[in-house]
Design a protein around this ligand. Structure first.
Ligand SMILES: Cc1cc2nc3c(=O)[nH]c(=O)nc-3n(C[C@H](O)[C@H](O)[C@H](O)COP(=O)(O)O)c2cc1C
Length: 199
């Protein structure tokens, strides 16, 4: 099997598991933990939603001036983690790679699909900054509602997406007696490889 085929196989495996998790009515099957780190090695993690996956990687959207956005600008190396508890014996997928900003066209297209209030929220929220009071956020929401009527909300310049281009994808399948299965796809010496890992 060629290295490129191995990568396609990993992406196809991921898509199949995600579809299964969605069918099991997992309320947040697309939720993933995103870990990022500052250049001096300080790590932070938070949940974001997977909005698209294709051969180029795993896309999510956020405020680019948030803590994660600032970290990714300085250090694009990051990790994603899915845990689907609703799948048989639980499945975890670990992804490591580099976050690459999506194109403006891609971000515009996705922003346009968001509900009006979410679009307004993207303007009103100074994500990760200190908020003096809840009332201030509500005032900012009102202010942007007046400025941008429904259907006419431009994408804020600080709101966009990243696509995590993987260099490692590991599937973890729960098994009895902690003899779990780990199936790791990884780029080694520039080639996709696949091997089992002790649990
Ligand atoms: C289920 C769930 C989904 C979330 N999805 C997103 C998301 O797609 N984008 C986002 O910016 N924040 C999302 N958040 C909020 C983040 O977890 C986080 O609080 C926020 O992005 C600020 O993170 P930061 O200060 O580390 O940058 C989500 C939170 C939860 C619980």
């Amino acid at each position: 099997m060629t290295a490129t085929t191995l990568y396609s196989e990993a992406i196809a495996k991921f898509e199949k598991l995600l579809a299964e998790a969605m069918q099991t009515a997992d309320p947040e099957a697309t939720a993933m933990t995103l870990a990022s780190a500052s250049p001096d090695g300080r790590v932070s993690a938070r949940t974001v939603l997977l909005k698209d996956v294709n051969a180029d990687g795993f896309a999510f959207y956020t405020n680019t001036e948030s803590r994660k956005g600032r970290q990714l600008a300085m250090n694009p190396q990051c990790a994603l983690l899915f845990l689907w508890k609703s799948l048989l014996n639980q499945v975890q997928v670990k992804i490591e790679g580099e976050a690459v900003p999506v194109t403006a066209a891609e971000a515009d297209a996705y922003f346009a699909t968001r509900p009006y209030v979410s679009q307004i929220g993207a303007w009103a929220s100074l994500q990760s900054e200190t908020l003096e009071s809840r009332q201030l956020l509500e005032q900012r929401v009102e202010q942007y509602r007046e400025q941008y009527p429904e259907g006419q909300v431009p994408r804020p310049p600080h709101w966009s997406g990243y696509r995590v281009r993987p260099s490692l994808i590991e599937f973890w399948y729960g098994e009895a007696f902690r003899l779990h299965r780990r199936d790791r796809f990884e780029i080694e010496d520039g080639q996709w490889t696949r091997r089992l890992i002790y649990p």
